[in-house]
Ligand binder design. Structure first.
Ligand code: ADP
Ligand code: MG
Length: 331
């Protein structure tokens, strides 16, 4: 069983950044409003995600680390309309099969928190400890028992930047949640969770981007798309002066999920073309919301891919909205 878990772990636990993603999504599912992420040594030796969410019942603590232990699917219909991020019920089990995990969790109605250690497939007895409402999961010594996988990790500083980028994206996708990222004992950034995208962007990318950017907000209704679907686009477009030398700052979210997609990049770049020099790329953060019938964002849980039903319409809508905003602006 341990071996099966380790193989399954390849799916969700590739590196520290993928662990952070899973743990933060669990925190969001648990209705946390504040999430803090702390790493040391690139997140390989130490990685902790703490939240102020609803917590785990002490009698469910062990079960949460067993494969297919999801508490999020009650009936088959839930599978169709999955609102929560996690529904595969394997993240914690996978993580615990390739690292040493400590989980401390407290439900509001409990006086004390409960703590469990999971290592090499065995559980420590559950202990009562002091603690705040919510859950904190500490992952130590990633791949200590799977040297073949450890070899594929990059340098600590590269893994750390990947974690940081992941936290940035999670923070951007959730402006209403306060995120705090700490690396090697130093606070790297904090967002306030007030719900305004520009405040999150300010927290992460600093003043210049927040100041030199243009807001977009546009909705497209049924007549222009199939069925009863709607498409809503909003975001911040960096002015052409904030030009970049690669696509890393073309940041797209589709229905709350960060994605990389060549169609979206093309629409954005084509709209920026009259304003940018050759071989330069825009700095833009764009959120697309479209009815689930028009998009499949779960092509693969880790690959950040998305499949649109009507590609031309999406291209056109994004292109129009960006070019309109840029051409009206005082650049
Ligand atoms: P999934 O998220 O797919 O259900 P996970 O392995 O990620 O599976 O988590 C297993 C279960 O542990 C969840 O269904 C949830 O009940 C519980 N859990 C995990 N993390 C948290 C958290 N931060 N707060 C509250 N409950 C959690
Ligand atoms: Mg999960």
């Amino acid at each position: 069983q341990e071996c099966i878990n380790q193989i399954a772990a390849g799916e969700v636990v590739e590196r520290p950044s993928s662990i952070v993603k899973e743990l933060v999504e669990n925190a969001l599912d648990a209705k946390a409003t504040a999430i803090s992420i702390e790493i040391k040594g690139g997140g390989i030796s130490f990685l902790r995600v703490s939240d102020n969410g609803e917590g785990i019942f002490s009698e469910d603590l062990e079960r949460a680390f067993m494969p297919h232990a999801t508490s999020k699917i009650q009936n088959p219909k839930d599978l169709e309309e999955i609102l929560s991020f996690g529904f595969r019920g394997e993240a914690l089990a996978s993580i615990a099969s390739v690292a040493k995990v400590e989980c401390i969790s407290k439900r509001q109605e409990d006086f004390l928190a409960h703590r469990i250690l999971v290592e090499g497939g065995s559980f420590s007895p559950i202990e009562e400890v002091g603690g705040m409402d919510g859950t904190s999961i500490l992952v130590r010594d990633l791949f200590y028992n799977v040297p073949a996988r450890k070899k594929f990790l990059l340098s600590e500083s590269t893994e750390a930047s990947r974690v940081e980028e992941m936290v940035e994206k999670l923070a951007l996708a959730n402006p209403g949640i306060s995120f705090h990222f700490v690396k090697d004992g130093k606070s790297r950034f904090q967002t306030l969770g007030g719900g305004k995208l520009s405040d999150v962007v300010f927290g992460i990318y600093g003043k210049s981007f927040a100041k030199d950017s243009l807001e977009i907000r546009e909705s497209y209704y049924p007549s222009s798309l199939t069925g009863l679907a709607t498409l809503h686009i909003e975001g911040l477009l960096g002015k052409p002066s904030l030009t970049r030398s690669n696509r890393q700052y073309e940041i797209f979210f589709v229905n709350g999920r960060f994605v990389r997609d060549s169609l979206l990049s093309r629409a954005l770049e084509d709209a920026y073309k009259p304003f940018l020099m050759q071989h330069k790329f825009p700095f833009a953060i764009v959120f697309l919301h479209l009815s689930p019938s028009l998009v499949d964002v779960n092509v693969h849980p880790q690959k950040l891919e998305v499949r649109f039903q009507n590609r031309e319409k999406i291209y056109q809508a994004l292109f129009d909205c960006v070019s309109k905003t840029l051409s009206k602006a005082d650049l």
